[in-house]
Design a protein around this ligand. Sequence first.
Ligand code: NCD
Length: 324
Amino acid sequence: MTDRAVDQPIHNSFFGSSLVSLSQYGLSEMTRIFDLAERMADPKHAADVSQILEGKVLTLLFFEPSSRTFGSFSSAAKRLGAHTIEIHDAASTSTAKGESLEDTVRVFASYSDGIIMRHHMPGAALRAATVISKPLVNAGDGIGEHPTQALLDIYTIRKHVKNMDNLKGLVVGDLYNGRTVHSLIEGLSKFKNPTIYLLAPSSLQLSPELQSRFTDSGVTLKLIASVEDIPSDCDFWYWTRVQKERFTKMHEYEEVKNSFILTPSLAQKYAGKKTLFMHPLPRVGEIDEALDEDPRAIYFEQVQNGLYVRQALLALIFGKTFIT
Ligand code: NCD
C-alpha cells in the first residue's frame, strides 16, 4: 500500500455510512470489502494499515455479553490505528439508570467518530443509527441481524468455493433466534441461485416472514426435519448454538438444546468430501471437538478472517487514507 495518498477521503458508498443490515449491500459492496480484507490479511501492509484510522476514536457500545465479537472489533480498530472507548456492560450502567437507548448513543457519538453496537433488541441498531449523524455498525441486534458475522462467513466460504453461483448450503440449529443465520442467508441471496437447506427443531425453524423474504430475493429454501434428508453434496454446513438467552422457560431450552450434534460419524455419513464445516462460535456441545482435526472444519479460520473483514469494513466506513 505504498501508493496510498494519506488524508484523502475514501470516495466510496461506505464512507460515513452506517451498517445496520446486510440488505444495504449488493454484491459489489461485499466484493469491495472482501478485496480489502485480503490486503488486511497480508502482513506486508501492516505499517500502512496502522495509519488508516490514526487519530480516530471509536466506541464499542455493547448492551449484551460478548467476548469474541467485542475482541474482534477492538483488535480491528486498534490495528487500524484508532483509539477505542470500550463499554462491555452498557445495559447494567446507562440502561439500569433509566437512560434511553437513543440518549446513550447520542452521548457516545459526541465522544467519538462512530459507534459499534450490540443490543438485545431486534431493530435497536436502526433506531440508534437514525438519531446520530455519525456511522453506527451493528454488531448484533437481538434475534435480528449480525451483518459483520455474515460478511466474514461469506468471505470464508469464498476462499474455499471458487464458484459462488448455485451454492448449496445447510444451516442447522436455532434458525428462529439465530441472527447470524438471518444475515448469512441475506448475504448469500446476492449470489446466483443459492439453495439453503434448513434443519431445525420445529419450534426453532426460520420464521415464515424471513422465509418469504429470502424466497422473494431468489434463495431456494428447503426445510428438512432430519439429518437423513441432508444432501450429500453441500458446499457448507453452518451449525449454530440453540440461543439459551432467548428462552424464558429453561425446560423448553433443555428439550431442544441437543437436537442436532455434529460428530465425525455424522460427517462421515452425510457430508461430501469438500463440504465445509462452519460455526459462528461459541459452540456449546453442538460440534464434537473430535471434528476439529478434520480439514473441512473451518470454524477457527472464520474467527481469523473476521478480524480482516472487520478491519476492511472499518477502514471503508471511517478511513481517511485511500487504499488502492
Ligand atoms: C454469535 C452471536 O452473537 O450471534 N456469536 C458471535 O458473534 N460470534 C453466535 C452465537 O452467539 O451463538
